[in-house]
Design a protein around this ligand. Structure first.
Ligand SMILES: [Zn+2]
Length: 456
């Protein structure tokens, strides 16, 4: 029995969402009889369009599943959420379609979670079909970890610094690869760590394992994906509430994640990121100022971050490639996905672990560059003299180094060699100073976190 040859379903649920239900989750109850070992769910709806935020005029319906343990916040009954990516999935006692969780099929009241992300002019008529014990065989075969490829030699970092990518997706959400493939691709790209952030699930974390031992260190994370914006949390092994797209609820969850020890970052606050719609929400550590190639609207994310800095709101800048596809798939700009574009560099000293990487991220001992090859940009208080900073640029010949403060016009120097450094007087009264390296076209090639005045 394969999903293509299923008989009539045991249960059919259906309903309708109007435009005024857009972006509000619904929990549709159904009963699971005793003695079952497998559930297969398939759904469909009219006027289906892709979840790409640039598309409108039709319907995009997300789906997830809760078992009999209930739908409450942080419930252990959350069996997974696949967005609009999978039109059917199986949960068996001994296996499940990723990102869903395998495990006991207990009798009782279960819920299909339906999220009308977009509702078109004709409304959304949906149908969910459910089979109990249809006998779908496991599609899992040994997913061979691809041969390890030694990366091309990259320019050396300063001692104690690591390079990594903080944002990627696998088959556990809307990517096209298995976690071991993603990890070995990150190794081949020359990265020392990989933040793993599938949407609204943590099932991928087990499939990755801890990394290290010749592969990049895994920094376990999740992209909490809500209808008003996305946020990443790293250093957490549980799902976080995503069903309430309201500022108050989002801030409450962000604060809870931060208090649990996670590093929290707002993702891609720029047009079509999708953007961040929760004005005034705080409690996060960082902003993903650089998501994918710089030219893809990242100047808007940088402006968002800088407006926080100017208010004295100390958030750390970091980057992530948001890689979805290792095997090529024709989805326009997303073809440009490349691990390490951009790369986030962190200072961890002589103990490279997920924990020290998280600490460096939280504290902003980091900078971002266009690729694992650099350019490298180190900004620090000048050890020799108070009121000054020193800047070292490696591999940035031909670029423009800009020193930005909240009070004066940026100071600009041309970087005339691949091993370049200089020191700068910081204008009196400046609250912070930060540095960026730009190309002749004005694209940012590297971006350093600020030094705040009290350290000068
Ligand atoms: Zn996202």
């Amino acid at each position: 029995m394969t999903p293509e040859t299923l008989d009539k379903p045991d249960l059919v649920l259906h309903g309708h969402f109007d435009k005024d239900h857009e972006r509000r989750y619904a929990h549709v109850p159904f009963d699971v009889p005793a003695g079952r070992r497998q559930i297969h769910i398939r759904y469909s709806y009219n006027d289906q369009i892709d979840s790409d935020p640039t598309l409108g005029g039709g319907n995009t319906l997300d789906i997830g599943l809760f078992d009999e343990r209930g739908i409450a916040e942080s419930s252990a009954g959350f069996r997974g959420w696949s967005g609009s990516e999978k039109m059917e999935f199986t949960i068996d006692e001994s296996w499940a379609t990723p990102p869903y969780r395998k495990g006991k099929i207990r009798p009782g009241g279960w819920h299909v979670l339906l999220g009308p992300y977009k509702v078109g002019p004709r409304g959304c008529d949906w149908k969910v079909e459910i089979w109990f014990d249809p006998g779908v065989p496991s599609p899992w075969r040994g997913v061979g970890i691809s041969r390890r490829v030694d990366p091309d030699p990259l320019p050396e970092a300063r001692p104690g610094w690591l390079r990594g990518d903080l944002h990627c997706h696998t088959l556990y959400s809307d990517g096209d690869s298995w976690p071991p493939e993603m990890l070995s691709a990150a190794g081949a790209a020359g990265l020392d760590f990989l933040g793993v952030t599938d949407h609204n699930n943590v099932g991928h974390q087990l499939a990755y394992g801890p990394g290290g031992d010749g592969l990049p260190i895994v920094v376990p994370g999740i992209e909490v994906t809500t209808y008003g914006g996305h946020w990443n949390a790293w250093g957490t092994d549980r799902w976080w509430e995503f069903r309430e797209p309201e500022s108050k609820a989002v801030e409450r969850t962000i604060r809870a994640a931060a208090e649990s020890g996670a590093v929290v970052s707002i993702c891609h606050p720029k047009p079509f990121g999708p953007p961040w719609e929760y004005e005034g929400v705080t409690g996060f550590h960082a902003v993903e100022v650089w998501n994918g190639p710089w030219a893809q609207q990242n100047a808007a994310s940088l402006a968002f971050w800088e407006s926080l800095l100017r208010r004295g709101d100390r958030r750390v800048a970091l980057g992530g490639s948001d890689t979805h596809y290792l095997h090529g798939r024709n989805l326009g700009a997303r073809d440009a996905d490349r691990l390490g574009a951009p790369t986030t560099w962190v200072q961890v000293g002589d103990r490279p672990t997920a924990k020290t990487i998280l600490e460096a991220l939280r504290e902003g001992r980091s900078f971002v560059s266009e690729s694992p090859g650099g350019p490298q940009l180190y900004l620090e208080p000048d050890r020799g003299r108070a009121g000054r900073v020193s800047v070292e640029v490696r591999g940035g010949a031909g670029g423009r180094l800009e020193l930005v403060t909240d009070t004066a016009t940026p100071v600009v120097r041309m970087v005339d060699g691949d091993a370049w450094d200089d020191a700068f007087e910081v204008p009196a009264g400046a609250a912070y100073v930060r540095a960026q390296l730009t190309s002749a076209r004005g694209d940012v090639r590297a971006l350093a976190n600020p030094v705040w005045a009290e350290r000068l």
